[in-house]
Design a protein around this ligand. Sequence first.
Ligand SMILES: [Zn+2]
Ligand SMILES: [Zn+2]
Length: 301
Amino acid sequence: MELELCRTTLLELLENFNSESNDLREKVLSLVPMWDQLREMGSSIIPSTIATSARDRILHYALTYPKTIISNREFMIISGISEWPRRVRELRVEFGWALINGITAKEMQAVGELREEDGFPNCSEMTPNEYIMLSTEQDRDAAHRWNIAKTIRNGRGGAKARILDFFKANIGVPVSGEELRYVAKGATEWARRVRELRTEDGWQICTHWQGRPDLASGVYVLESSRQLPSHDRSIDDAVRRAVMVRDNYTCKDCQWTRASWNPDDPRHLELHHIEHHVSGGSNAAENLVTLCNVCHDVRHR
Ligand SMILES: [Zn+2]
Ligand SMILES: [Zn+2]
């Protein structure tokens, strides 16, 4: 109803627009109500029974099209306000919606997250003017973590050190790529630094594709405050994943799986070299086995 009224009003204004006029000001002034009407139309597309504020309209729109590249022009239309970027930021930071910028998405996909087989589009051409909603689930602790991130971002050390500090402040808690990027002060290589922390420094950072298929895409977890012993570090990401898939994400000694995780016994899965790496054992899948951290300790004792 409201939308139709906007449409007819706009048509009428267009009809009456005098493009032949030589009066510059007259043309500008007659465009103003059209501009307003168009904006009104954009914000009326989503009825007020569904969303009443600009922020809620942006949210409704993004949730309607998850895992889809959305241009900032679409948010401009649907919100009907010029400060829409601030609303997008609030949704992410204060309300914990995984509505991320094109640059972050591009960086995450480049290191093997946000895979096409998981329903994500090709993000390699995404720009800062585009967004993508990674998940339709809200992360309610996001605002608290964002405050921690802010403190660490202003602290000392390089990007990698700050990323690690942030992980250590959130052991066992899923954090988003957007937060890691923020803590790294936008260093374009943040996703690679995360991978180095895992593969070179032995920090047990898991993702949907690295050890924790139960996690949503685009989410990272540091599982333990303990670094893996150096003999377990140099395993290739693809091999690491293949071994866990082969072993069904199950400890081969006690059959522990993520499904039996509980806060009193917070285990996680690690890889163990059957023939020890120091005594010449290789990093090939045949020489690796999935164990929970408790059984892994037992084997080394
Ligand atoms: Zn075990
Ligand atoms: Zn081992």
